[in-house]
Design a protein around this ligand. Sequence first.
Ligand SMILES: *[C@@H]1O[C@H](CO)[C@@H](O)[C@H](O)[C@H]1NC(C)=O
Ligand SMILES: *[C@@H]1O[C@H](CO)[C@@H](O)[C@H](O)[C@H]1NC(C)=O
Length: 426
Amino acid sequence: MPTSWTTLVLPSLLFGAGAVAVADPATVAGSYAANVKVLRNGIYPLDVVDEIEVATRPKVEAFLAKKVAAGTNNNCTLANAAVRREWSDLSVAEREEYVKAVQCLMKLPARAPKDKFPGAISRFDDFVAYHMTHAMELHDNYHLFPAHKHFVWVYEKALRDECGYKGYQPYMNYDRYARDPINSPMFNGNSSSMGGNGEPDPNYKGVAQPGRTPNIIASGGGGGCVKSGPFSDMVVSLGPTSMASYRNLPKNPRADGTGANPRCLRRDINRNAAMGATADHAYKLLTQSKDINTFYNTLLGSPVPKGDPYPWGIHTAGHYIHAVDPGGDAATSPGDPVFYFHHGALDRLWWLWQMQDPDNRLNAVPMVGNVGHGGHGGMKAKRQGRVTDPTKMQIDLAWLTDKPIPLMEAHDQLGSNGGQYCYIYI
Ligand SMILES: *[C@@H]1O[C@H](CO)[C@@H](O)[C@H](O)[C@H]1NC(C)=O
Ligand SMILES: *[C@@H]1O[C@H](CO)[C@@H](O)[C@H](O)[C@H]1NC(C)=O
């Protein structure tokens, strides 16, 4: 754990009124020294998960030093690693640059096959189209973590290569916003937010959670069209699908949701969901998951947490912070750009868990052998051709990338995937 917290006060205008940027002492002395610029928004004190992140830095350095010594780091060093930061730790200008890049992706032409996806109207939709038709390839027990790591990385690359974005994919620290998400820097609807809440829709009741108590993530009062912020004019086209958690939506001309169905972005920015992803939940997940199966199942809310008023599991909680359409449709959820903040956050948690004991955890695969049998919280793996061994499997994002990558390459973000992955989370 860090011993002292001397703070450097940087110009407050970087972060907007009332905020001060602080550089944490790790940039001054100790781990990551001189290699990584750690900027934080002083409004938010470090939470228990941030403290784990700081305490994990020497382990990350040791892990990378070993790779350098073995010549397997593919030129990735801490000095050149990308740094993925929390949304509020970006300056207001940086947040607006990110928003602009996403809006740019929404204007570029789609590459997904037109006959199969007449509803894909943009490059942004390419990712939605893949997600809605490749559930197993992204979500079975072997693929959930690594395939989403790759999916988010490919999205980040599109923002950078095709839309001139200079930064990296931000993540969402749920704990910062859980108690009042509607007025948070993510959802307050101003120009540096990811858009506002939806208008009230009295028909929207929330998201059913059968088998849990309570058995519904009750509506946070939204559910209608988003009318404020950068995505208030966004056109949602793909979906809804049979996985939609809200039924009162314009029907897609195709039964599978792949047709063009232009409509508004709808949201219910939901405190009841967010409270299931607070730092105490993540802290328990990180410190009490002795093996990958426990980590995987806990993240997915299995077994059902007892005595917790928000017993969803962090994965579910994070998705329904921005529920309704398409955020509340498990198939088309990347159609709300906040998806990438959530899966960035999950990727961060997985990485922090791995880095506690890289020798044993880096390549740990959840529910090994769980092919064709029932899983706990998640989806059981499917054979890829005749292959059931995760070390022989691939991640194939079809039209999103030029070629598949080996599944296990996406277990490591420091020099893996031929050196193309080289990033850390702060
Ligand atoms: C938007 O809201 C955030 C969070 O309260 C604030 O930091 C920022 O200054 C606000 N204004 C603009 C123009 O982004
Ligand atoms: C590493 O850097 C060297 C020197 O710039 C270059 O020749 C080599 O191709 C790089 N290797 C990878 C895997 O990027």
